[in-house]
Design a protein around this ligand. Structure first.
Ligand code: NAD
Length: 469
């Protein structure tokens, strides 16, 4: 099928490249000329495993990026809208969706064959039917259901695993105003085998996406609330607690041979310094407000967001617990991306944490394997040193704070072991063995009695940890 994808960001670029790899003819429409040039040269503007290989496989044959929305829509049978839908502080901002819908409508004015427009962006229920469809109808002069169809096909890919998630989806949700629209959309996904498909109306498709993200965010905030409670209880560690919880056979079923199934959803039952990214915070907020606008209280989702907003600050509480003098401290923050595998720093807990540390007078050095350039765009106004390697970042630090669980950070204990002065390691992702470093604090770790392994109780006046040796 000939497909135009409007928006060449995480979702548009990955969807477009992957659909081309399945044999469709794809035109990715992106307004940012530099991104278009990069894509057409086989260079991905975002860090995503395997994406450049998928791009290279189809560029020059059935995949191309362009700034010309009008031409791309006219040349296609189906247009996907994959533009941003940010939360503006009050509600979801549908400005990019509106602009794209108007432009698609204008492009369709002189097209005399049936065309389907599909919303792939995450939008609140009613957006596709009550905003996108009327705008296309008005600006094209065509009739929905007769001359064009309108569908909603939410995307579930996870940044960091985007290509493999798109290529091997767990479900495909196909919303549409009628059977003809849904049949057209199903054709796009014909090469994806027997993946479960859910055929629904547009509002239901929109709600499925929000409900999915709200559930995952709720699991994280639940884990963080339990973790914060564990921190206040001597000799209790949230890692042990949640491991015990996850052994419930409804969470990890026991097979007839005695083996446990470990569903991936259990990875959301883990305490840490908070969730970020371009989806969970904005989607949960958008859903809360959507409910409130319908006179419904959304107390669970309110609490999910409140717990999450406070979570990066738990890292500061751990500094206070160790009576670190921030004005004298050399702090290394490891990880800027909101999660490993991506260079996306949107809503990353590292950002408010670094800002608060610098405001408090700390000297901050930071390192991320891929997200440094993105972080500089949002932290450019403050005095932070960006190290080129983890080794360089931790070199002079007397406190190391782990914010993103990049696997290379597992080397910290071995790297600091030979030092005379042992830094305090604050583990915001509980990825390190607490006994492998001399001075350790972690989210959700209650005060440890000496026999349970913690030997830290000293620091000198520079804020530097003294060696226990
Ligand atoms: N990022 C994710 O992991 C993810 C996962 C699932 C769903 N989503 C949803 O998908 C949507 C897109 O998210 P994203 O992360 O890809 O956003 P993004 O900001 O990375 O990309 C959006 C792109 O659209 C371009 N754009 C906007 N208006 C345009 C227009 N009229 N013409 C051409 N280009 C235009 C922008 O320049 C930008 O490059 C959002 O609704 C998001 O919630 C995102």
């Amino acid at each position: 099928m000939r497909i135009a994808v409007i928006g060449g960001g995480y979702v548009g670029l990955v969807s477009g490249a992957c659909l081309a790899s399945k044999g469709h003819e794809v035109l990715i429409v992106e307004q940012d000329e530099s991104k278009v040039a990069q894509i057409n040269n086989g260079v991905s503007p975002i860090h995503e495993d395997g994406l450049e290989d998928v791009l290279m496989a189809s560029l020059g044959s059935n995949l191309q990026a362009t700034t010309h929305l009008d031409a791309a829509v006219r040349l296609s049978d189906l247009t996907m809208i994959a533009v941003g839908t940010p939360f503006n502080g009050n509600e979801i901002d549908l400005g990019q969706i509106e602009d794209a819908s108007i432009a698609i409508g204008e492009a369709l004015r002189d097209v005399n064959r049936y065309h389907v427009v599909v919303v792939k962006s995450t939008v609140v229920p009613g957006t596709t039917d009550d905003l996108v469809m009327p705008l296309i109808e008005k600006h094209s002069g065509k009739r929905p259901g007769l001359e064009f169809g309108v569908g909603m096909n939410p995307e579930f890919l996870r940044e960091g695993n985007a290509v493999s998630d798109f290529m091997s989806p767990d479900r495909i949700v196909i919303g549409g105003i009628d059977e003809r629209t849904r049949a057209c959309m199903a054709e796009i996904y014909a090469p994806f085998g027997n993946t479960d498909k859910v055929f629904v109306n547009n509002r239901t498709a929109e709600m499925i996406k929000y409900a999915s993200n709200a559930l995952l965010a709720t699991l994280i905030s639940f884990s963080n609330e339990i973790g914060n409670l564990c921190s206040a209880v001597d000799d209790v560690d949230v890692v042990d607690v949640l491991n015990g919880v996850k052994l419930d056979k409804r969470l990890s079923p026991i097979l007839s041979d005695g083996q446990r199934v470990q569903p991936e959803i259990n990875s959301y039952l883990a305490a840490g310094c908070g969730f970020g990214g371009s989806c969970f915070p904005k989607d949960v907020n958008a859903l809360r407000v959507y409910g409130q606008q319908r006179n419904l209280d959304m107390p669970v989702l309110d609490a999910v967001m409140q717990t999450n907003a406070n979570q990066p600050l738990q890292m500061l509480d751990l500094l206070k617990k160790r009576q670190i003098n921030l004005k004298r401290a050399q702090i290394c923050v490891l990880g800027l991306a909101f999660k490993p595998g991506t260079d996306d720093v949107r809503e990353s807990p590292a950002i408010p944490l670094i800002r608060t540390l610098v405001d408090s007078g700390a000297k901050v050095t930071t390192y991320d394997p891929v997200a440094t350039d993105e972080a500089k765009k949002v932290l450019g106004d403050i005095d932070v040193t960006y190290a080129a390697s983890m080794h360089e970042a931790i070199d002079q630090a007397n406190v190391i704070m782990v914010v993103t669980s990049w696997s290379e950070f597992a080397e910290i204990p071995a790297l600091i072991a030979p030092r005379a002065y042992q830094p305090l390691v604050i583990d915001g992702r509980r990825m390190l063995d607490q006994h492998a470093v001399m001075h350790y604090e972690g989210i959700g770790l209650g005060a440890q009695t000496p026999e349970s392994g913690s030997d830290y109780d000293e620091h000198d006046h520079t804020g530097r940890m003294t060696s226990a040796a």
